[in-house]
Design a protein around this ligand. Structure first.
Ligand code: B12
Ligand code: SF4
Length: 489
């Protein structure tokens, strides 16, 4: 067979909104499979039948997994093995586990650690030809330093049949210049690599040829931290006059009047700001810890340019107490966030906190937590660490109280992330209509409003509708109806 098929499997996501957008790791996996002479066959299990997919003639299956779907991916790889297929895994959780990935899940014949797609292709080609390695193979990516992919993303593995919101993930950089102590991004890739502006612009141009307007979610760890490289990209986007509207992660300390104006000119509609805490004494490792007023100024500046701002918080970082959560809430009440979200602190593999727990007063309660984290992710009773001030159950209780305070005092929409907003805007809705809908009590909503908002809100327990393929159409219908009622923005 000249182009051996390889199943590219996406498990049904843990949060239903994830079913309705394209993932860049899987896109790059498919792009490399095609370039290496194989034929990627998508099995997106929200929409497609796994038993049918396993019968497509492929002898290999490939997965790209995050912590929340790693356990399910491992289970699906076991089912593939029973059906005679050999599986490969890669993606953020495999990268963070490193060599431990084969201890955490034994159903994978090949595990890719890091940005190793070029190195993994010959090995996956072997699986696709039915050659089983003697034992699990771990493929790595050189020295782990950030490098951009040599291939430009080919999104064609995702069917263009209306399953997905027309919001495309695009990356301009890999790695992060900041080193926040709770975060694993600096561990996934050392240093920072930035794409040549012309290449990213080329990706946007190709997408814009088929989509007007073009909705883009930059997946960069911190787009705003790229300095002159970002200025060049934004100026080139503006000069090219592409119909791009986008959102991104940003670092509050980077936001000034000049950058906000440049971003807005280049089509920025929303930013996700990782704030984490507004209380002095909580170990956020971010510049604003010294001057919380900086956040208020950044949010005002972004609003002056019409940019929607989501502020994200972590409850329970070292130094957190009920009193520091109150200080954070007090700070939020003096800042005009459009949306606020967050959850309890989780210790993650490879972060500064994990590497030097003693220095930050962190106690490890389960020494094997790294290789079990994907299973315990869903077990609210599993405790694997504590800080000097809080246990994990206390963090969870405080996080629930934090949410309830934000909602009761109507400080902002709860967890209206830039992703949900972009999906809604891409469906023809307006920001004003969505924020109004977001704050509406469930019992005052029509069934259609309830269905669409429960998914956009990523509510725990919200399920993808039985007829998943019709969800985006349902959102479009609601979005265009609400636009007529609520005026524009
Ligand atoms: C954008 C983003 C999101 C977006 C979009 C997610 C999506 N599915 O498209 C949103 C906001 C929705 C999101 C949600 C979540 N995210 Co997120 N996200 C990111 C971010 C910033 C970039 C991801 C990305 O697209 N990178 C670009 C692509 C190309 O890189 P990649 O996926 O790593 O793939 C490369 C390699 O891994 C490798 N590769 C990938 N697949 C395969 C497969 C094979 C076989 C091989 C050999 C190699 C290989 O090659 C690729 C390079 O070409 C990362 C941090 C980061 N900078 O990486 C966090 C990150 C991945 N997210 C994280 C988390 C925890 C989540 C959530 C679980 C949060 C939650 N509690 O709900 C959810 C899970 C969603 C899901 N399962 O899809 C963690 C993952 C930690 C972990 N142990 O898995 C990260 C690392 C952030 C962090 N520091 O905590 N996320
Ligand atoms: S929290 Fe954000 S800014 Fe800080 S290191 Fe992680 S990705 Fe970078």
């Amino acid at each position: 067979m000249s182009h051996p098929p390889v199943l590219v499997v996406r498990p049904a996501p843990s949060r239903p909104l994830g079913a309705f957008y394209r993932n860049l790791g899987l896109t790059m996996l498919a792009t490399h499979l095609t370039a290496a002479g194989m034929e990627p066959v998508l099995a997106d299990l929200t929409f497609d039948s796994y038993p049918v997919a396993l019968e497509c003639g492929a002898r290999a299956a490939a997965f790209s997994l995050y912590i929340d779907d790693f356990a399910e991916g491992a289970r699906l790889a076991g089912t593939a093995r029973e059906a005679g297929l050999l599986s490969a895994v890669g993606g953020p959780h495999a990268t963070l586990l490193g060599q431990d990935v084969v201890t955490a899940a034994d159903a994978f014949a090949v595990a890719g650690v890091g940005d190793c797609l070029p190195e993994a292709m010959p090995v996956i080609a072997g699986l696709a030809a039915g050659r089983a390695p003697a034992g699990p193979v771990v493929v790595t990516s050189g020295d782990g330093r950030a490098t951009m992919d040599a291939l430009t993303p080919d999104y064609s593995v995702w069917p263009d049949d209306g399953r997905y919101f027309p919001v495309f993930p695009v990356e301009f950089s890999r790695g992060c210049r900041q080193h926040c102590p709770f975060c694993t991004d600096p561990v996934l890739r050392g240093g920072v690599a930035v794409d040549p502006v012309e290449r990213t612009l080329g990706t946007l141009r190709t997408l814009a040829a088929d989509h007007d307007p073009l909705w883009v979610r930059f997946v960069d760890s911190s787009l705003s931290s790229l300095g002159p490289d970002l200025d060049r990209l934004l100026d080139a986007m503006t000069a090219a006059g592409l119909p791009v509207q986008w959102s991104a992660y940003a670092y509050p300390h980077d936001i000034g009047a000049g950058l906000a104006a440049r971003m807005a000119r280049a089509g920025c509609r929303a930013l996700f700001l990782g704030i984490e805490s507004l209380a002095p004494g909580v170990r956020v490792g971010k510049h604003h810890a010294k001057d919380p007023g900086e956040i208020a100024r950044a949010v005002d500046t972004l609003h002056q340019h019409g940019i929607f701002v989501h502020g994200n918080f972590i409850i329970g970082l070292p130094g957190e107490t009920p009193d520091t959560v109150r200080q954070t809430l007090d700070g939020i009440s003096r800042i005009g966030f459009d949306s606020v979200g967050g959850g309890p602190f989780y210790l993650t593999p490879g972060s500064t906190f994990e590497r030097r727990p003693g220095k930050f007063g962190i106690r490890i309660l389960d020494p094997a937590w790294r290789v079990r984290q994907h299973i315990s992710f869903y077990d609210p009773a599993h405790e694997y660490f504590a800080t000097a001030t809080l246990t994990q159950p206390q963090m969870k209780t405080l996080a629930a109280e934090f949410r309830s305070q934000v909602e009761t005092a109507r400080l902002a929409c709860w967890n209206l992330s830039d992703y949900a907003l972009l999906c809604w805007l891409s469906a023809g809705g307006t920001t004003t209509a969505l924020t109004a809908l977001w704050q509406q009590p469930d019992d005052q909503m029509t069934p259609a409003q309830q269905q669409v908002t429960s998914i956009l809100k990523e509510k725990t327990g919200a399920v993808v509708p039985g007829d998943a393929a019709s969800f985006v159409t349902a959102a479009r219908k609601l979005a265009s109806g609400s636009t007529h009622q609520a005026g524009e923005r």
